[in-house]
Write a protein that binds this ligand. Structure first.
Ligand SMILES: [Zn+2]
Length: 375
């Protein structure tokens, strides 16, 4: 285990600071030069790292610099959607080598395993070592146990997906929630975000929150960290709306697409998509009000979380960014206003465009994460 930890420490320095000299890695990790030499020789032999160029000389012999070798391995990432799969093969530095959107009809877990096994076969084409498969699933996922606890989109409950895929494929498999795939893609190889403390919010049919500390996703003691969606936002005077989790008054009932569309249906009697609701909000005060109140509730809740965690940045992405000004505007205003009150300072808020390939890339990056840290 100590050898594994030391290897991960060295690789993490290479991930963050390539190209880097052996002596700098030794200084930053506290490992002895002999240990660094041993580990880098082994990683170099395995093709995971390579010597790339000569660094500036400090008078004597110029140091030889090391970097992660992009083609030293690859991972396949898949985002399981309700009517299609997005697949991406990523290299060792998280760059997408190939990607494809594949139509599918969500069926039983056993059917999904067969589809995923075919995909891995088809996307394992780089000639380098396949390090594993990452799968991003909507719903509640126990990452450590590799279990899909509940997915409304897939209509699955307590599915041991990691074990099923491992039995079928014999390669490492990582299962996680959508938002953690999004966070992994930002935190591991995002130039701007690597090594930072982040709060990552996915505004979609459900609300997803990922907490990133020093570039690593915080899991919590029970693996459920980030459960902001099911924190209570109702007042005692208002008994709160019933949530799909069984509780009442959750943020999810007010600020997720599911919650807002349900409220729009209650007020107008009409079922609509979120895109239709955004269009309708231009002329319908009821619809505009639902979106505005949802955005404001989310802004306050995220500001509360930022005050507790004091991150470098709050990143908002997912389908919510498609909601445009009718949601993003009131969210941003309420967030900054709530932060300034009492906290002492405002927080950096960024909206990111998260396309389908990015989700699949994130799922692939989750596999690579195991190279850089030992859980
Ligand atoms: Zn709830």
């Amino acid at each position: 285990l100590i050898r594994e930890i030391n290897e991960a420490l060295v690789l993490d320095q290479l991930r963050l600071n390539s190209p880097i000299a052996r002596s700098t890695i030794a200084n930053r990790t506290g490992l002895s030069p002999a240990t660094i030499t041993g580990i880098t020789a082994k990683l170099s032999q395995a093709g995971i790292i390579s010597e790339i160029s000569l660094g500036a000389s400090a008078g004597g012999r110029p140091p030889r610099l090391l970097a992660v070798n992009p083609s030293g391995g690859h991972a396949v990432g898949v985002r399981l959607g309700d009517d299609h799969l997005m697949v991406a093969t990523v290299d060792l530095v998280g760059e997408v080598i190939m990607s494809e959107s594949i139509p599918w009809k969500s069926g039983s877990p056993a059917e999904a395993v067969e589809v995923l096994a075919d995909i891995v076969k088809r996307f394992d084409v780089t000639g380098s070592q396949l390090l594993g498969l990452g799968v991003a699933v909507s719903g509640s996922v126990d990452h450590r146990a590799g279990l899909v606890r509940y997915s409304g989109t897939l209509d699955w409950k307590d599915v041991p997906l990691r074990e099923m895929l491992f039995d079928r494929l014999g390669i490492p498999v990582v299962i996680d929630r959508y938002v953690n795939a999004m966070a992994a893609s930002l935190a591991l190889f995002g130039k701007q975000h690597s090594d930072q403390d982040l709060i990552v919010i996915n505004v979609g049919p459900s609300l997803g929150v990922s907490l990133v500390q020093g570039g690593r996703i915080m899991r919590g003691a029970g693996g459920a960290a980030g459960g902001l969606a099911h924190t209570s936002v109702s007042m005692s005077s208002d008994r709160g709306r019933q949530c799909h989790c069984g509780a009442t008054g959750c943020l999810e009932t007010v600020a997720s697409e599911w919650g807002m569309l349900r409220e729009i249906k209650r007020l107008t009697g009409q079922r609509m998509t979120i895109a239709a609701a955004v269009r309708r909000s231009q002329t319908d005060l009821f619809v505009a009000g639902v979106l505005r109140r949802g955005a404001q509730a989310l802004g306050r809740a995220v500001a509360n979380l930022a005050k507790v965690l004091d991150p470098h940045q709050v990143v908002v992405g997912g389908d919510g960014t498609q909601m445009g000004e009718s949601f993003a505007g009131p969210f941003e205003t309420t967030f900054h206003k709530s932060c300034r009150h009492g906290a002492g300072h405002d927080f950096d808020l960024a909206f990111v465009t998260f396309d389908e390939v990015s989700w699949a890339r994130g799922a692939g990056c989750q596999v690579l994460a195991s190279l850089f840290s030992v859980e």
